[in-house]
Ligand binder design. Structure first.
Ligand code: ADP
Ligand code: MG
Ligand code: ZN
Length: 502
């Protein structure tokens, strides 16, 4: 393998203009497959969820999944697409063991949805419109495992195992038009687009769209052209990128790699590439030129899909609140400025905060924890906020303990840290570590007496009416109790003991 040289990102952009195309595959959450009644449940024993149709046995006939079609139309509508009045499935022919039929049932020149757009919000709050070429229905392939090699790839393997449970699960492929004009922000646009699309899919309820589970994956097509020119350069296609962060990194890496090749007088090969999470690089996959011939032809075993306009309008009217609208509503409900809402978005904190509020926490408290301690931790560990080992329900419980006066802020922080460290539920941590706020007078009395005795001068001032000086004594008690005293109660006790009215 040749060593890949890179051009510094800013230098690449000084000479070249990136053009991107994003292809996103979404696995629908239907109970059964796209063309047969087999279950789509994940995790079953290999090849237990198969039948003559999804195994492509002679004489079997496919039947289209109505929920699959409905989901595709919903996605198309939410992406501002036109919905075909009439369209067909097509056979995409190829010989590869992951598809036992030797073709994938897909759509070719007659996609169910086309010509749409999705407005995405960038980190500085600006909106960028990504135009959608098409959204079409197809089916997933089976899964191959290559055994015996060091890398898990087919190269070097002694044999391969095939699991057809996934073959036939409904997929929607959403393809953008070439994305131009993003310049240096192309990687950011790519990430923001996939993030927005994922929110949209989840809001529609057609898939959980978990990228870590492969339910949503993105191919990043990228090319460069010299600044000021029109004609697109040759693209590379980085396949199956499976996290938001990786989408951004893959685009960025390819910009730097293309620039290195082009500025060195070389030319880009049109090929697929693999992204490597560990070092953020891509490596060559298979050469793919435009002559690739899948010998598409209309699927003769399935009737055309002709969604009535009435049905389409019914589905349009029933679309749920879409993410952009929802974000605006939450911003108003939480009483946030544009800037604060933008930080919440950038931190990926909308869902965690919302779920924490749903679990009973006040909005400001929920935001405080997710945007404070937890965001800092996510940053430090380079992980998504939603992946932290603490649930919204646990954060809400900590908020409740604070509201009940059982914890103060400092103790709450310790409880959160302990939950993150795997010490269990908040209540268990409070119990095991003995972290509860002490507000019981008999327990606090001794510490208060000691603080007064050790700070006679301050006590005298307070007796003389300088009530503001009480802070110093409260501080002494808090220190002596390692932060566990109920500060308000301590203050009252001190004033009481010194015979002063608050
Ligand atoms: P394929 O199935 O061969 O990948 P598609 O047309 O389905 O082809 O998808 C290609 C994607 O790449 C689309 O999003 C398209 O807009 C985009 N694209 C096409 N040509 C270029 C190019 N030269 N540079 C960047 N993106 C491109
Ligand atoms: Mg492609
Ligand atoms: Zn089946």
């Amino acid at each position: 393998m040749s060593v890949v040289s890179l051009v510094p990102y800013e230098d690449a952009l000084a000479s070249y203009d990136p053009v991107m195309g994003l292809e996103v595959h979404v696995e629908l959450g239907t109970k059964t497959k796209m063309f047969c009644g087999c279950s789509t449940e994940l995790g079953a024993e290999p090849n237990t969820q198969t039948c003559p149709t999804c195994l492509g046995l002679p004489g079997s006939l496919p039947v289209v999944n109505a929920i699959g079609v409905e989901s595709a139309i919903k996605i198309g509508l939410a992406l501002n697409c036109e919905i075909a009045e009439w369209c067909r499935f097509a056979r995409k022919n190829y010989f590869y063991p992951d598809m036992p039929k030797n073709f994938q049932t897909s759509q070719y020149d007659e996609p169910i949805a086309f010509n749409g757009y999705l407005d995405v919000q960038l980190e500085d709050g600006e909106t960028f419109r990504v135009e959608i070429e098409r959204a079409h229905m197809e089916e997933d392939t089976g899964k191959s495992s290559h055994v015996g090699g060091a890398t898990g790839r087919i190269h070097g393997a002694t044999h391969s195992l095939l699991d057809y449970n996934r073959a036939g699960i409904p997929l929607i492929e959403i393809v953008t038009k070439p994305i131009e004009g993003a310049g240096a922000r192309a990687p950011e646009v790519a990430k923001a687009y996939v993030a927005e699309l994922r929110e949209l899919i989840k809001a529609l309820g057609v898939s959980e769209a978990r990228m870590d589970k492969g339910q949503m994956r993105c191919d990043v097509n990228l090319s460069l052209r010299p600044n000021g020119t029109e004609k697109f350069g040759t693209r590379s296609e980085t396949k199956n990128v499976n996290s938001l962060r990786s989408v951004e990194r893959a685009a960025r890496f390819e910009i730097q790699r293309h620039a290195a090749v082009l500025s060195d007088g070389g030319s880009i090969v049109q090929e697929t590439r693999h992204f490597h999470e560990d070092n953020g690089t891509t490596t060559s996959g298979r050469i793919k030129d435009n002559a690739e011939d899948y010998r598409y032809f209309p699927e003769p075993d399935l009737v055309p899909i002709a969604p009535s306009r009435e049905w389409v309008e019914e589905l349009r009217a029933a679309l749920p609140e879409l993410p952009r609208v929802r974000r605006a509503r939450l911003q108003a409900e939480w009483g946030l400025s544009d800037k604060d809402m933008q930080s919440v978005l950038n931190a990926g904190a909308v869902e965690p905060i919302q779920e924490t509020i749903a679990a009973g926490a006040p909005a400001d408290q929920a935001r405080k924890w997710w945007m404070g301690e937890l965001a800092r931790r996510a940053n430090e560990t380079g992980t998504d906020l939603a992946e932290q080992p603490i649930t919204p329900a646990q954060v809400a419980r900590v908020c409740a303990l604070v509201a009940e006066g059982k914890l103060n802020d400092k103790l709450a922080r310790q409880v959160i840290e302990a939950v993150l460290a795997g010490e269990g539920e908040p209540d268990a941590v409070v119990e095991q570590r003995g972290l509860a706020v002490v507000s019981d007078d008999s327990a606090l009395g001794a510490a208060v007496d000691q603080a007064i005795a050790e700070n006679e001068a301050v006590a005298a001032k307070i007796r003389d009416g300088k009530v503001a000086a009480v802070g110093a004594l409260v501080g002494a008690v808090m220190k002596a109790t390692r932060g566990q005293a109920d500060a308000a109660r301590v203050k009252d006790l001190i004033l009481e003991k010194l015979g002063v009215q608050a």
